[in-house]
Design a protein around this ligand. Structure first.
Ligand code: NAD
Length: 365
C-alpha cells in the first residue's frame, strides 16, 4: 500500500477547525482508493509562538521539508498584531513559502450554480465560471532590490529573470493541458520592459513546449475588466506577483464567500496547500466556519502534491454534490435555509466521497 507523509499545520483561529475537516476528507479518499496517509501536526503562526517563541519553529521547518505535501489552515492572532520579527504570526507563513521555494501560486475559482445567489454578479454572468489563476509568487516588485523609503521619494524595483518566467509559465501551460487547453497571460507590455520580456518568454515556452495550448495575451487593465464582464471565457490565467495579488482577490469575489476558496503553492520542494481565507478570529471556536476552502485545498494536495487525480476528482465532486443538496454553512446559506456547522459539512463531504460514484443526497428540509 502506498504511504504518503503529510505535515499538517493547523495554525490559528479557525485554522484547526477547518483543517480537521480537510483531514477527515483526505482519510475518506485513502479508504476509497486504497492508500495510506501518515499525517502529523506541527505548529505555525501564533501556535508556533506559543510553542517555541517562533512563528515557524525549527521542528516544523524540519517536518515540512521532509513531507510529501504540506496542508495548512490559517495564521493570525489579534493578540499578536503588534508583534515583530519571528513572533509575528504572518511572518511564519512567508518563511514557510520561502523555505519550500514555492514560486507558483494556484488559485482555482469555480462558481457552483447552486451558490450563484451568494455572488455580487448577476447569475447569467456566472454560468460556467471555472478558472485557475497562476500567480508568480517569489519575484517582481515585492522582492526586487533596491528598495527604500526616503522622506522625499521611495523606490521599489520590478525585475524578472527569464528563468523565473519560464518556470512559472511551465506550471500554467501544464495546468492548461490538463484543463480546457487555453492560457491567458496577463502583463502590461505596452508600458513595462519587464512585461515585454514576460510576453516574449511565455510565447516562446508555449511555441516550443506546449503547441497544443491556445495562448492569448491581455493587458492587466483589460484582464481586470474581463474577470467581471466575461469570467467564463477564462481557463488558466498566468501573471506576475503584483498583478496576480490583485486579480486573484478580484476573482475571489465571484464566488461570494472567502470560505470556499482553496490554493496551492508549488515550487522546488513539497507543495503547500491552504485555504485562501485567514484565521477569522471573529468566528473562531464557534464551529461555524466553512471548511470547503480547506477541503478543496486537500483536493489540490491530492492532484498536485500526490498526483492522485481520481482522488482529487472524488473530493471536488463530493463538494459539488453537497452544495447542490443544500448542505451549507452560515456564510453561504440563503435566508431561511438550514445551516450546518463546520463538522457537519466535513462529515457530509467525507460521506459523499465514501459513497463513491452515483451519489444522490436528498434535499434538506
Ligand atoms: P479572514 O480571511 O480571516 O476573514 C475575513 C472575513 O471572512 C471574516 O468576517 C471571517 O469571519 C470571514 N471568513 C473567513 N474565512 C471564513 C470561513 N472559512 N467561513 C466563514 N467565514 C469566513 O481575514 P482577516 O479578518 O482580514 O484576517 C484575520 C487574520 O488572518 C489576520 O491576523 C490576518 O493577518 C490573517 N490572515 C491570514 C491568512 C493566511 O493564513 N493565509 C490570509 C489572510 C489573513
Amino acid at each position: 500500500m502506498t504511504r504518503y507523509t503529510l505535515a499538517v499545520l493547523p495554525g490559528d483561529g479557525i485554522g484547526p477547525e477547518v483543517t480537521a475537516e480537510a483531514l477527515k476528507v483526505l482519510r475518506a479518499t485513502a479508504e476509497l482508493f486504497g492508500y495510506r496517509i501518515d499525517a502529523q501536526e506541527y505548529a505555525v503562526g501564533a501556535a508556533g509562538v506559543a510553542e517555541a517563541g517562533d512563528s515557524l519553529p525549527e521542528r516544523t521547518r524540519c517536518a515540512v521539508t521532509q513531507a510529501d505535501a504540506v496542508l495548512l489552515g490559517a495564521v493570525g492572532d489579534p493578540a499578536l498584531a503588534a508583534a515583530e520579527g519571528k513572533r509575528r504570526p504572518e511572518a511564519g507563513l512567508l518563511a514557510l513559502r520561502k523555505l519550500l521555494g514555492a514560486y507558483a501560486n494556484l488559485r482555482p475559482v469555480r462558481v457552483h450554480p447552486s451558490l450563484a445567489h451568494a455572488s455580487p454578479l448577476r447569475p447569467e454572468r456566472l454560468a460556467g465560471v471555472d478558472l485557475l489563476i497562476v500567480r508568480e509568487l517569489t519575484g517582481g516588485l515585492y522582492y526586487g532590490e533596491p528598495r527604500a523609503l526616503g522622506r522625499e521619494s521611495a523606490v521599489n524595483t520590478l525585475r524578472y529573470t527569464v528563468r523565473e518566467i519560464e518556470r512559472v509559465a511551465r506550471v500554467a501551460f501544464q495546468a492548461a493541458v490538463e484543463r480546457r487547453g487555453s492560457l491567458t497571460s496577463v502583463d502590461k507590455a505596452n508600458v513595462l520592459e519587464v512585461s515585454q520580456l514576460w510576453r516574449a518568454t511565455v510565447t516562446r515556452i508555449g511555441a516550443e513546449e506546449f503547441p497544443a495550448v491556445t495562448l492569448e495575451h491581455l493587458y492587466v487593465d483589460f484582464a481586470a475588466m474581463r474577470l467581471v464582464a466575461e469570467p467564463a471565457r477564462i481557463d488558466v490565467l498566468l501573471t506576475e506577483n503584483l498583478f496576480g495579488d490583485i486579480l486573484s482577490d478580484e476573482a475571489a469575489v465571484l464566488t461570494g464567500s472567502l470560505g470556499l476558496l482553496p490554493s496551492a503553492s508549488l515550487g522546488d520542494g513539497p507543495g503547500l496547500f491552504e485555504p485562501v481565507h485567514g484565521s477569522a478570529p471573529d468566528i473562531a471556536g464557534r464551529g461555524v466556519a466553512n471548511p470547503i476552502g480547506a477541503i478543496l485545498s486537500a483536493a489540490m494536495l491530492l492532484r498536485y502534491g500526490l498526483e492522485l487525480p481520481e482522488a482529487a476528482d472524488s473530493v471536488e465532486q463530493a463538494v459539488t454534490a453537497a452544495l447542490a443538496a443544500g448542505r451549507r454553512s452560515a456564510d453561504i446559506a440563503r435566508e431561511g435555509e438550514p445551516v450546518l456547522g463546520t463538522r457537519a459539512v466535513g462529515d457530509e463531504i467525507a460521506r459523499l466521497v465514501l459513497l463513491g460514484k452515483g451519489r444522490t443526497v436528498p434535499e434538506l428540509r
